[in-house]
Design a protein around this ligand. Structure first.
Ligand SMILES: *Cc1c(COP(=O)(O)O)cnc(C)c1O
Length: 397
């Protein structure tokens, strides 16, 4: 006999019934925990005997669906059985991976021109746990091998290609191969490309990271990150780190990525097309001294990019002749493009690195990395390219 409950208690109970028909779109599971009918079910899931959800910090159907989709896109065509996790931001994807895999005394080998936040995480935070960062020019394979063979503390090779905001490309295949030779884990931040343009796993990398905030979401309305790999030992270590550090993604942000992913292929093709046309326009403009875009035949990275990228992507930067004042004036004259410190959205976004993302880096180091006062970064959007070109044409006058 079922027991009779009061009207007051009816308010409290969440009598959710599983949908009988399959929803056409992924539901947002806004629940912190999952119920069991029988205690044995709970025991089986907690002891790992069967799969299932228990608590959303450990896993959630909305979040896990999107994570696996990104993993499958990264591993597409490789034959690898990839796993993926979503995190609360791109930065937490990087920190969870590092803290899950490294211990005090270990070191990371990486490039100087990393995403600003990543560089600060390594230098300001991880150094306090005695995890050190060694910076070399990753395009110099001899220098990389010298580090691997002489510094036995190096456990992770961390790569960004193309690099921000100079769009320098690195040979992911050659670097991953070298890392493998020395038993070092190779990781690639693939935020700028997405798996529709570049698949680091197919080039030999062990782990791929994303700020899904950018192209994967694509609409500028969610902050999240992703960690993808295929090695089962790394999976266990990273999953343990993720659930205990607690930097999990929530179902709402995951769902926004899910929506964005549907048009990813269309968007990446159009972003790349528009960027190519804008790059060609800028290259021919008398007030522009240099355009950094690997799609241009004049780019020193053109051949490498052709080898490891399907398209050349939506990001470019260019240098204007003249003073900082002239560059800032040009940016202020833009009427159509948006000034915003993010990238990968549907609309064209313009950033002046020297006064924003790279403000805290000394001018000498900035110059060394190619981030001059005259450098302008553009995340080329999906608009009619004629409108984007006309805006720059007008502003450059
Ligand atoms: C934005 C970005 C990050 C950081 O991601 P968040 O989602 O802002 O935490 C890391 N790497 C690259 C290349 C980025 O563009």
């Amino acid at each position: 006999m079922p027991i009779k409950i009061s009207q007051e208690s009816m308010c409290v109970k969440g009598d959710y019934q599983s949908a009988v028909s399959k929803p056409h779109q992924l539901p947002i599971y806004a629940t912190s925990s999952f119920e069991f009918e029988q205690i044995e079910q709970s025991i089986d899931i907690f002891t790992g005997k069967s799969n299932g959800h228990v608590y959303s910090r450990y896993g959630n159907p909305t979040v896990d669906t999107v994570a696996q989709k990104i993993a499958d896109l990264e591993a597409y065509g490789t034959g690898l059985d990839a796993w993926g996790f979503l995190t609360s931001s791109g930065m937490s994807a990087i920190s969870v991976m590092m803290y899950a895999l490294l211990k005090a005394g270990d070191a990371i080998l990486t490039q100087g021109d990393l995403y600003g936040g990543t560089n600060e995480l390594f230098v300001k935070i991880m150094s306090k746990q005695n995890i050190n960062t060694v910076i070399v020019d990753l395009s110099d394979l001899d220098a990389v091998e010298y580090q691997f063979s002489t510094n036995r503390n190096i456990r992770i090779l961390y790569i960004e290609s193309p690099a921000n905001p100079t769009m320098k490309c690195l040979d992911i295949h050659a670097l991953s191969k070298l890392a493998k030779k020395y038993g070092i884990i190779s990781c690639v931040d693939n935020t700028f490309c997405t798996p529709l343009i570049q698949q680091p796993l197919s080039l030999g990398a062990d782990i791929v990271l994303h700020s899904t905030t950018k192209y994967l979401n694509g609409h500028g309305n969610s902050i999240a990150g992703a960690i993808v790999g295929y090695d089962e030992k790394l999976k266990v270590q990273i999953y343990t780190g993720l659930k205990l550090i607690g930097a999990t993604c929530n179902s709402w942000d995951a769902w926004l990525i899910y929506n964005g992913l549907k048009t990813l292929a269309l968007r990446m093709e159009r972003h790349s097309d528009n960027a190519m046309k804008l790059a060609m326009f800028l290259e021919s403009h008398p007030k522009v001294s240099k355009v950094n875009y690997s799609g241009l035949k004049t780019s020193v990275y053109h051949e490498l990019a052709k080898k490891q990228m399907k398209y050349f992507g939506g990001m470019l930067s260019f240098e204007m002749d003249g003073t900082m004042e002239a560059v800032l004036k040009m940016i202020n004259k833009l009427q159509f493009c948006t000034m915003a410190p993010t990238l990968g959205d549907v609309d064209t976004l313009v950033l002046h690195p020297a006064t924003s993302s790279h403000l805290n880096i000394s001018k000498a180091l900035r110059q060394e990395m190619g981030i001059t006062d005259g450098l302008v970064r553009v995340s080329v959007g999906l608009e009619k390219v004629e409108d984007i070109i006309e805006d720059f044409n007008h502003a450059l006058k």
